[in-house]
Design a protein around this ligand. Sequence first.
Ligand SMILES: Nc1ncnc2c1ncn2[C@@H]1O[C@H](COP(=O)(O)OP(=O)(O)OP(=O)(O)O)[C@@H](O)[C@H]1O
Length: 684
Amino acid sequence: MMNEHGSLSINSENIFPIIKKWLYSDHDIFFRELISNGSDAITKLKKLELMGEITLPEDNKYKIDVIVNPEEKTLKFIDNGIGMTADEVKEYINQIAFSGATDFLNKYKDKANEEQIIGHFGLGFYSAFMVADKVTIDTLSWQEGVESVHWESEGGTEFSMEPGDRTERGTEITLYLNEDSYEFSNEYRAKEVIEKYCSFMPVEIYFKNANAKEEPIEDVEEDTEEEESEDVIDAKVDEDGNVTEDEEDKKEEKKPEAPKPINNTIPLWTKHPNDVKEEEYKEFYRTVFHDYKEPLFWIHLNMDYPFNLKGILYFPKLNTEYDTLEGTIKLYSNQVFIADNIKEVIPEFLMLLKGAIDCPDLPLNVSRSALQNDGFVKKISEYISKKVADKLSGMYKVERENYEKFWDDISPFIKFGCLKDEKFREKMKDFIIFKNLEGKYVTLPEYVKVAKGETAEAAAETAEETKAEENTSSDETAENKEEKKETVYYVTNEQQQSQYINMFKQEGIDALILTHSIDQPFITQLEQSEQSYKFQRIDADITDSFKEEGHSEEALKEENDKLTELFRKTLDKEKLEVKVLKLKNEKVSSMITLSEESRRMQDMMKMYNMYGMDPGMFGSSETLVLNANNKLVQYIFEHEDSQYVPLFCSQLYDLALLSHKPLEAEAMTSFITRSNEIMEILAK
Ligand SMILES: Nc1ncnc2c1ncn2[C@@H]1O[C@H](COP(=O)(O)OP(=O)(O)OP(=O)(O)O)[C@@H](O)[C@H]1O
């Protein structure tokens, strides 16, 4: 065989079905493509005007008209942009994948700003054939003396071209919809799609239904006149019978309003943060996210270097703990909507927020619905995450009061961010606060200082110093750190654990309130990363502070052995752990403690649905603590043969359980029956 070289040839009949079917995942995207083409054509003309290549009349107003015709099942996209000559139609339209953008940019190199032109691939126009059997183009170029062009194609593979009759500069594209796509000529459907993709397009878009009846001006006037009483009319006519100015003004007002564009050409994110008022941010949030609740606060991203990125991220208000943490980040490129929540650009934890980000530098794929994944995209994502951390830490430092006010709403989000993003965690770790038993917000170092007896104010000051110390002594051995671990007590359910909370308060020991489901994984991560804290739920153990001074377990051995046996037998719980202690508060009779490790293990089993497995397999289960200083416990110890002892034992056990976790149905029933029984005995 001979050696040969040449260009590969593509047969449009074969490639076309592929473009139609596979290129664009959503059929409605043709709206975006054709409107973008109109916008590009206008952007190009604006450039020419700026460069003095063309002078336009003073009243020239750039616009795109979209006209639906539900009766004829057609759609029209009309722009007054650059238009095309016959040669340009041949080059840019008749050749698939040949974009005029590149040509234009080459021609006006250094003068044209590439970023503002949306089209690049030379394929978008053909998306029209996904929904239309026949498409026509009527175009007149801006260049003087050129003829207008009429182009049409049925099916997209063959075309015809002839001189056209368009007399105004610009391009009109008409789509004759196919049967499956008639929905797009419906006014509401079309508007919905345009709003989705083009709400912030830089050129004004006017929408019209060709079949809608125009409201005649006379009607409007007549109607309102009828509503007014004659007296009122008289009052507005002067002595000579002329209508006064007021009345003239009213007539002026009654005229139907001039049509309004359906998009906002200057979205808030394009403005400088200093020029935007608070109300404007809120209004933008309401319109874009249809959220009636006000956002807590927002971050306005505005950068030109090293990449062009603008946007606004809102922290939404969560009303209840059960509100789903689900946000929407809308991604735009040059004010054209790309998609919601693109995970390559938006760090996962930020998807809990609501916002809009416009990044013209995004390496979009052909369909513009997804990204070409590369290092650049990762940098954008990191930048966004850094900006959010900067804003939050700034708030902590400068307006801590506000930070605390928002904390309950923003903390699940921040904690999720710390769990998901190591860099975010590093930046945020010193600005995590916790609500304590008094309802105040403290950092961990502040908590520890207060626990050691310092006042809250002094603690806040010295916490900073400790941070510095910690940094210098980072070469400490792991063993040393282990020894120095600070215990941080916490509450997961204020009602359930109220007995323990009261005991803590009486002893002046503080605890943190950690009620959200994200708190458990969060503190586990904290323990691993910080190494100097050990979290312990307040019902995990009885600390020495609650015990009588000079307390000795040895001295209580007899009580311990006897009561253990008695309770095990009465409750029919062979393995029940019983511990007799002398607690300062003699009112407390019985309590349950469950070691932190066992409880976390049990929680994990519940989370992963590992029911049916024996929780005991991961270590000891609950311990029943009996207070040897309590009268009832003493009575049981001294009167083990009393007929009431079984009743007391069961009741003490249930009461202890109750202040630890909800009773199971069966246990609850017997608790109620037994309580009634006890009252009956008392009544005798
Ligand atoms: N309304 C229009 N006015 C003027 N020129 C147009 C118009 N529509 C299309 N063109 C020309 O046809 C070319 C091809 O358009 P097409 O939509 O297929 O691709 P594109 O916009 O360049 O790129 P992409 O596929 O990324 O959208 C454009 O680059 C432009 O030069």
